[in-house]
Design a protein around this ligand. Structure first.
Ligand SMILES: [Zn+2]
Length: 512
């Protein structure tokens, strides 16, 4: 289980309240294990990092986000539950939308370009408003969905390596809250009450019918491997949903605002730039396959069509980084940052390029700035390296230990460096020792090496807790990373005496 999931479950356990609460939307009673405070905290804490880890906000045309907020707030204001609702547009081509508990809602650029009217947008946002208002995320936690691990699909940046790790820590907990299927009943509830909110806000509920029809068509034509996979896995589209929406529409009555022309006008820049993002997405794919030349030519086409998109310049920087041209990379990241200062990725990557060019002061500044937006193992690992160059042992250790929490390649690198600094001084922190009984009835010392490095020269002390007598022992070999071994001391001991024995590793060093 990763750190986020642990934090989430700890938060859960500390606030366990078995209450049978009235669903604020449906008015029905439901079992609730989490408090409203939990919902608000989750929303507040993870809304921004979730967006960062999925591509950041779409900032090229600020009018788009203003418009989405306008429509979202109309629906929020007629909902059955007061929450600190927020609406943002994530700069990612995957068609998706999600709601975190507490009313924090996002819609991807990739879904906005598929919609054709304001009523369809209202259908998507109304559906998500209900997920938050009706506590679907909270009741999913109550059902135990929270223990499952899901990963974030979207990966930021051209190489994806660094972005993926930022997402990792957040991933399990927050991603499962937004990408899980809340269950058929919750989806039905969201469709139905979402349409009611549309009606209350003055929209033509036919928009929700049309939207489902479109999704059914898309899911048939594009198959399961398409970029719609994420959306359809949490929101299975079906003829049943279409007909359920049709019934709801008949009940609520049609008529009201459609806003097809207004929608197209508000989205015109984004719609016009769609081919640019298609080039960018293709560039990411070919870059992953190692074709930097093709990736670069695709990105140039993308920039020609939409010169104000920071992601495109950032991706150019990634290509320069990959070929170790750090000064060129810095120029591309400069451009990206000048266009969008609200996204962690180009700060992280410019920090990395500056570090590689030994410009430590600028690197440190950028890396800290990236951390403020999204904590990553990569940034902590590099900051650890910078502290090391300044002989700041405590600072280096602090960052390496942080980096380890995030897992992946950066964690491995950080662990190795942490061991170089600290293994000699604190061997007992890294090599675990425990007393046990061997098959022969003698005292066995189990030594475990949970680090990624091979370790040798392990010396330990065996102390009697009752009389304080102590003796030394050692393991004469290399203990590989991730492995454990048992040393038979040859001392005969009764099982009842084991609890009197304390073992502590006193010496160890990295194997050459
Ligand atoms: Zn849903």
């Amino acid at each position: 289980m990763n750190t986020f999931a642990r934090i989430l479950i700890t938060a859960l356990l500390s606030a366990v309240l078995f209450t049978c609460a009235k669903n604020p939307v449906t008015g029905k009673n439901q079992l609730m294990l989490v408090s409203e405070k939990w919902e608000l905290d989750i929303g507040k804490q993870y809304y921004s990092p979730m967006r960062q880890s999925q591509g950041g906000d779409y900032t090229v045309d600020p009018a788009v986000e203003i418009y989405v907020r306008e429509v979202g707030n109309k629906l929020a204001s007629v909902s059955d539950r007061k929450l600190p609702y927020e609406f943002n547009v994530i700069n990612d081509s995957t068609p998706n939308a999600w709601a975190l508990p507490g009313g924090k809602i996002s819609i991807n650029r990739g879904l906005l370009v598929e919609l054709e009217s304001e009523a369809e947008l209202a259908a998507v946002l109304g559906h998500e408003v209900v997920h938050a208002a009706a506590r679907h995320g909270a009741s999913a936690q109550t059902r135990g969905v929270g223990a499952q691990i899901a990963t974030i699909g979207a990966v930021v940046g051209l190489s994806g390596k660094i972005g993926a790790q930022g997402a990792q820590l957040l991933g399990a907990g927050a991603a499962q809250l937004v990408n899980q299927s809340y269950g058929r009943k919750a989806e039905r509830e969201s469709d139905e009450f979402g349409m009611l909110y549309m009606k209350r806000a003055g929209y033509d509920v036919q928009g929700a019918v049309g939207l489902q029809q479109k999704f059914v068509k898309l899911s048939r034509s594009r198959g399961k491997t398409s970029r719609f996979e994420q959306l359809f896995s949490s929101h299975p589209s079906s003829d049943a949903r279409v007909s359920h929406n049709r019934e709801t529409a008949a009940r609520l009555g049609t008529g009201g605002e459609v806003g097809a022309d207004r929608y197209k006008q508000k989205m015109s820049r984004m719609l016009k730039a769609k081919p640019a993002y298609d080039f960018y997405d293709k560039a990411k794919a070919v870059f992953k396959e190692g074709n930097t030349r093709e990736a670069s030519s695709l990105l140039k086409k993308a920039i020609r069509l939409e010169p104000r998109e920071a992601l495109f310049h950032s991706a150019m920087g990634d290509i320069s980084s990959e070929t170790n041209n750090h000064s060129a990379a810095i120029k591309h990241y400069n451009k990206a940052i000048s266009l969008n200062k609200q996204f962690y990725y180009p700060f992280l990557k410019r920090g990395q390029a500056s570090f590689m060019s030994k410009r430590y002061a600028s690197a440190e500044k950028d890396l800290n700035q990236s951390l403020a937006m999204l904590p990553t193992g990569a940034a902590h690992n590099l900051l650890g390296n910078i502290s090391s160059t300044k002989n700041n042992r405590a600072g280096a250790m602090k960052h390496y230990k942080e980096a380890i929490r995030y897992g992946g390649e950066d964690a491995k690198a950080a662990y190795s460096k942490l061991l170089k600094i600290d293994l000699g001084s604190n061997p007992g922190e890294y090599i675990q020792a425990a007393a046990g009984l061997t098959a022969k009835g003698t005292l066995g010392i189990k030594l475990s090496n949970p680090t990624p490095e091979n370790i040798q020269g392990i010396v330990y002390s065996i102390t009697s807790r009752s009389n304080g007598k102590s003796q030394r022992g050692s393991f004469n070999g290399v203990l590989p990373g991730g492995k454990s071994t048992v040393v038979d001391t040859g001392l005969s001991i009764a099982k009842s005496e084991l609890s009197d024995v304390a073992v502590q590793v006193t010496k160890a060093r990295l194997a050459r």
